[in-house]
Design a binder for this molecule. Structure first.
Ligand code: 16G
Length: 251
């Protein structure tokens, strides 16, 4: 399919620049769902052939859309149409449950599963005596294979013996708490703030060296008001929208 590009090498002052034609074509294809969310864009070479333009022109168009977060690149795989803006409701649900409810496939890359002495913040949140140990799980959480959050979970060792035998690349922590350890959840408390990512985290989550994220710190309690998990989740800033529903008290 050939589109009119700059084939004669000339442009009138009012004519659309060639990169803009490519850009508009991609925008329109996204709107009409010819390129639905998550889909792979034609290759640079295919776009060059379609529009009879140079690779630089195609790159300019793609770069503009990447800068607007409408497209994103995965090294070695290509350029994709952005899709996910997760409307995260503040409910007692784990990542896997939340993603499944949205029709997305959750998965995890396990970065750490250790037994350790907690830092003060974790020890206090879990109401542990000094000397008590925790399991520390670090996971990159993905939806449909795309990085959504970096998550550290800390659980008291004395409540979760044997937790390090579980494969958290495939298992849900909340399912494990409920079904394997038979701990019913009572309530949770959480704090939300924007934080600057450290370089290693930015590289994993955003695939760039710098950036911010939305951080949620959550303490989960059982029905006896005992803390069972403390977690820090760093959400991809462009893929999350926190949604808070407030219900009017009956008067
Ligand atoms: C959510 C929780 C996190 C929990 C995880 C369990 C927030 C802010 N945090 O990400 O505390 O560890 O879910 O997910 O929602 P999983 O059951 O899929 O392992």
């Amino acid at each position: 399919m050939a589109m009119d590009g700059q084939s004669n090498g000339k442009q009138s002052t009012t004519a659309k620049p060639a990169y803009k034609k490519v850009e508009d074509y991609i925008r329109e294809s996204m709107q009409s769902k010819l390129l639905p969310p998550g889909s792979l864009l034609p290759t640079e070479r295919e776009l060059c052939e379609m529009f009879h333009v140079s690779r630089m022109t195609v790159r300019q168009a793609i770069m503009n859309l990447v800068n607007e977060n409408l497209l994103f690149r995965i090294k070695g795989k290509g350029t994709f149409v952005s899709n996910l803006e997760i409307r995260k409701h503040l409910t007692i649900q784990g990542f896997s449950g939340e993603m499944l409810a949205l029709g997305l496939t959750p998965s995890s890359r396990l970065l750490k599963l250790d037994q350790e002495s907690p830092v003060e913040e974790v020890r206090k949140a879990l109401q542990l005596e000094s000397g008590e140990q925790v399991y520390h799980i670090e996971r990159l959480r993905l939806a449909d294979g795309r990085p959504m959050a970096l998550e550290h979970s800390y659980l008291p060792l004395h409540l979760f013996r044997g937790l390090d035998q579980i494969d958290f690349e495939v298992s849900s922590l909340y399912d494990t708490i409920l079904q394997k350890y038979r701990i019913p959840i009572g309530y949770l408390k959480q704090d939300i703030k924007a934080v600057r990512l450290q370089k290693e985290d930015a590289l994993i989550l955003l695939e760039k060296k710098h950036g911010f994220c939305l951080q949620i710190t959550r303490t989960l309690y059982n029905r006896n008001n005992q803390p069972v998990e403390f977690s820090k989740s760093k959400y991809h800033p462009e893929k999350y929208l926190l949604s808070i529903d407030v219900i009017q008290n009956p008067v």
